[in-house]
Design a protein around this ligand. Sequence first.
Ligand SMILES: Nc1ncnc2c1ncn2[C@@H]1O[C@H](COP(=O)(O)OP(=O)(O)OP(=O)(O)O)[C@@H](O)[C@H]1O
Ligand SMILES: [Mg+2]
Length: 245
Amino acid sequence: MEPLVEGAMALSTVLVVWFGGQRVLRGELPIEDVVAFLFYLVNFYQPIWLLTDVNEAWQQGIASIKRIDEVLRLEPEVAEAPDAITPTRLAGELHLAHVDFAYRPDQPVLHDVSLSVAAGQTLALVGPTGAGKSTIVSLLARFYDPQRGQVLIDGIDARQLGLAALRRNLSMVLQDVFLFNGNVRENIRFGKPAASDAEVETAARIANAHDFTSACRKGTTRRSASVACGSPAGRNSASRSRGRC
Ligand SMILES: Nc1ncnc2c1ncn2[C@@H]1O[C@H](COP(=O)(O)OP(=O)(O)OP(=O)(O)O)[C@@H](O)[C@H]1O
Ligand SMILES: [Mg+2]
């Protein structure tokens, strides 16, 4: 649509200059009339031009709505058990028992992995890229279920735990930090929309983000798309999230 309007505008300008110019040279038309005509042309095409912009935005909007609809209609691969247990607080004792897992059947990622972590114990998983460290964390959060073996949390098979209860008891800091378009406060509140301002501030302090967000002029109300400022911790996390604070 836009190239069509551009083409028509260019063609009509050429025609006005060509025919108008000839008549000016023959003394049949004052040059001001030709100039005025050119202005009329701009006035004529401007609304059409704006309409093509609206049309483009409309088409993009329709495509986005279709995509959002597709995502919302996706059935989660991980289903909640009908008799799921929903403990309010998990101690955090973790146990992986002979776990096999593959994202695709022909590419096994974890094979017969067993490990135990006591509640309160710190465990670092070290290994080459692609070894499956993040995959283990995804299994603990039950983003996926293992094809074989069991993931036990406080001795309960993760499949038997209510998804909301399980995830309420988990905190996760991802490698690629994603910040939603909004301010820092809204981003922190994402996991608990009803959190009070004091809770948001406490969370920011625990995450070492309070110093650098309050060093920003508007503190946690600063738009997350703005550039990072403040302490090295802030700069690190911000650079990972493509320079946003
Ligand atoms: N969503 C996915 N779909 C298909 N394959 C995946 C998916 N996520 C990870 N993989 C593959 O599974 C394997 C393990 O990936 P994982 O992310 O667990 O590795 P990692 O040990 O965390 O690596 P890194 O040190 O780079 O973070 C890799 O081969 C990876 O390409
Ligand atoms: Mg990883």
